[in-house]
Write a protein that binds this ligand. Structure first.
Ligand code: NAP
Length: 283
């Protein structure tokens, strides 16, 4: 992996470090008018050390992976590529086939982190067996899960090889605090990084008055406050999607924003911490 500049890193359970701030790509490669800006954003993010790039075979039915492959063709080794297999492709045989298709679209010979997108009806044993085969073949370097709640993680721990899980990617932002009650502390104890998706709630948090109030205190934006809030916890990686270079720069700058106790109190008043278990939310 290339340099991560001043971007703080977090260790995966294997000891390999990844940046705490990456780049999401859901919804990319859908609008030809935005394509140039998306590619430019991806490259700028790489320049700034946001080298973890998150995608999925689902996004644009492979089109997002293709855009990444095309954009990073000459800079593949600088990126840490994360992609996901759909649950209905996640059986023993189809996982391998799906991975091969993703490799081709991404124009690479290995995926750095391969995730099960969400829990489906295929027994976990089958998916984990396929992930093990892909690891041994060098086609993936790590595997993980997404949208797994504490019960799913417990079940995974009981599957042979299940302890090799490298991350759980879940919804986390000020308006979605359920994971703080049990899932996040459990992952932190185990040294399992949590990858926070939709950190600005797909844009819906950009006009939240409490975020705007804190943003005014620091002369930053609501998006930057949301990112700093997500990243205040150890063992958390945020993967905002920014299809405009100015948003990529802003997100990178959020790494230097430290929220005060007053800021956190303002945000707690608007987005109260949970007091008990909450079913894991998904977008
Ligand atoms: P998000 O990152 O919360 O929000 C994306 C929106 O925020 C875009 O409209 C973007 O605008 C805007 N934005 C980003 N940075 C900004 C800034 N600094 N100032 C103002 N606006 C800003 O939503 P998301 O795409 O749902 O989540 C992020 C990534 O997580 C996805 O792209 C995907 O890779 C992953 N994800 C995974 C799952 C899963 O099930 N595992 C589910 C959802 C998402 P522009 O594009 O115009 O810059």
């Amino acid at each position: 992996m290339g340099p991560t500049h001043d971007v703080r890193t977090v260790p995966l359970p294997t000891g390999e470090h990844v940046p705490v701030l990456g780049q999401g790509t859901w919804g990319w490669a859908q609008d030809p008018a935005r394509r140039g800006s998306e590619k430019q954003s991806l490259l700028l993010g790489l320049d700034l050390g946001m080298t973890l790039v998150d995608t999925a075979e689902m996004y644009g039915q492979g089109a997002a992976e293709e855009l990444i492959g095309e954009t990073l063709a000459a800079r593949r080794d600088e990126a840490f590529l994360v992609t996901k297999v759909l649950p209905y492709n996640a059986d023993r045989v189809e996982t391998v086939n799906a991975c091969e298709r993703s490799l081709k679209r991404l124009r690479t010979d290995r995926i750095d982190l391969y995730l099960l997108h969400w829990r489906g009806s295929v027994p976990l044993e089958e998916t984990i067996t396929a992930f093990g085969e892909l690891l041994r073949a060098g086609k993936i370097r790590h595997w993980g899960v997404s949208n797994f709640d504490p019960a799913d993680l417990r079940e995974l721990a009981g599957v042979p090889g299940g302890d090799a899980v490298a991350t759980n990617q879940v919804l986390y932002n000020p308006a979605r605090r359920g994971i703080e009650y049990d899932l996040l502390p459990r992952c932190q104890e185990r040294g399992l990084p949590v990858m926070a998706y939709s950190p600005v709630e797909q844009g819906r948090l950009l006009t939240a008055p409490a975020l705007e109030a804190v943003a005014r205190r620091h002369r930053v934006t609501a998006a930057q406050v949301a990112l700093a809030w997500v990243l205040r916890r150890s063992g958390v990686i945020a993967i905002p999607r920014a299809g405009r270079p100015e948003h990529v720069r802003a997100n990178h700058a959020a790494l230097t924003l430290t929220l005060t106790d007053d800021d956190l109190a303002t945000l707690d008043a608007a987005f109260p911490p949970v007091r008990g278990p909450v079913p894991l939310e998904m977008l």
